[in-house]
Design a protein around this ligand. Structure first.
Ligand SMILES: [Mg+2]
Ligand SMILES: [Zn+2]
Length: 201
């Protein structure tokens, strides 16, 4: 009998992780992929990871972004990555909420805005992911915490806001301590693959 293996995933923040962080992107021209992201995503996909984007989009609640834009941007990013030679992103989840939003229908303390793990938990159900065998990668300590809240390993990047935040990581609560600090998504991918090889040995 073949054992049922649940799948592994790398959960990926968007801004400052896969694409440049331009603030509240509301236009497809602002989706600028980091040049190393293509290689990084390819390595992770080749190693068997599902690639799942999880992005806070509070600009929707703040009235700065059209509610349809995050999904449109995801479809565009997914296609653009493929044109550049990257693999398919398996899924994309967005949190449009913020407790102080100006748009009433999105003004709430939800359970999906990172560091809350709602998007990751939903993706784990949708894709049958084993979270303790998975990773969260992002440029904010809230990305790190979201990963740790579900028992995943978490990598903090020094791209995007990460340069500013890595100094703060040293004095942050344990749940916000990254398992690794990487200079960019490619270094994060290499660390993940090396760690996986070690645990297989
Ligand atoms: Mg980010
Ligand atoms: Zn939310």
């Amino acid at each position: 009998m073949i054992a049922h293996h649940r799948k592994q995933a790398v959960f990926l923040d968007r801004d400052g992780t896969i694409i440049e962080d331009v603030g509240y992107a509301d236009n497809l021209d602002q989706i600028v992929i980091y040049p190393w992201a293509v290689d990084a995503l390819g390595k992770l996909k080749d190693a068997g990871f599902r690639l799942i984007l999880v992005s806070n989009q509070a600009g929707v609640a703040k009235g700065l972004i059209d509610p349809a834009f995050p999904e449109e941007a995801f479809r565009y990013l997914r296609e653009k990555l493929i044109w550049q030679g990257a693999p398919l992103l398996d899924g994309g989840y967005h949190c449009p909420h913020h407790p102080d939003g100006t748009i009433e229908s999105y003004r709430l303390a939800c359970n999906c805005r990172k560091p809350d793990p709602g998007m990751i938990l939903q993706a784990a159900r949708d894709f049958d992911i084993s979270l303790s065998d998975s990773y969260m990668v992002g440029d904010h300590l809230s990305d790190v915490e979201a990963g740790h809240r579900v028992g995943a390993k978490a990598v903090l990047l020094l791209t995007g806001h990460g340069t500013r935040l890595s100094a703060t990581a040293a004095t942050s609560p344990a749940i916000r301590q990254p398992d690794f600090i990487a200079k960019d998504l490619l270094e994060a991918a290499c660390w993940i693959l090396a760690r996986e090889q070690k645990s297989e040995a």
